[in-house]
Design a protein around this ligand. Structure first.
Ligand code: ZN
Ligand code: ZN
Length: 184
């Protein structure tokens, strides 16, 4: 079971990769940049093949504020490598590009899932996992939990879950930011 689960794409979020030209608007300045999402970091450079200028670790530090307030744009805030919060608008060239960027940015923010080989007990009730008590993962915090402690289902649009998915007892009803705070 463990081996099979570790092949689940949720364990391999570092493999997410996308790059392409977008317009980045920050401090009222518009710049066409080569944007790269890889290894859960967002970087940009002046053009394809030039070294990246800025990067941010997406998880917990990057939030989509709104989408499409102007066509094909994603407004977000992020913490740059100097620890400063910035607000960006990422304007995509086509609606297809917009959808693809929006989805991959949200996916890259999802929490890492507990490794099934390392998680022996449920994070809520501390009950031991076994063939009878199978391990599940909360989509909001990524922690390994038992079935009875993860009965609830919620949509998590911030992470690109638009249909209801498994959440644990501790995360149910909580905002993403509240969950991130308890984890760090
Ligand atoms: Zn439990
Ligand atoms: Zn949870």
């Amino acid at each position: 079971m463990g081996h099979k689960q570790s092949k689940h794409p949720e364990f391999h979020r570092d493999r997410l990769k996308k790059e392409g030209y977008v317009t980045i608007i920050s401090h009222n300045k518009e710049k066409r940049r080569w944007l790269v999402l890889s290894d859960r970091k967002l970087c940009y450079s002046l053009s394809l093949g030039t070294p990246p200028k800025n990067s941010t670790i997406l998880n917990n530090k990057f939030r989509v504020i709104s989408e499409n307030s102007s066509p094909n744009s994603i407004e977000c805030y992020l913490v740059n490598k100097k620890g400063k919060t910035q607000q960006w608008t990422i304007k995509c060239e086509t609606v297809q590009e917009f959808r693809a960027w929006s989805l991959i940015i949200k996916h890259a923010q999802r929490p890492n899932w507990d490794d099934p080989r390392g998680a022996l007990n449920c994070k809520v009730c501390n009950g031991k996992f076994s063939a009878m008590t199978r391990q599940h993962h909360c989509r909001k915090c990524g922690q390994a939990v038992c079935k009875k402690d993860s009965k609830l289902r919620e949509t998590i649009p911030e992470f690109g879950y638009d249909t209801r998915v498994r959440v644990c007892k501790m995360c149910a009803g909580k905002q993403i930011n509240e969950v991130s705070e308890t984890l760090t």
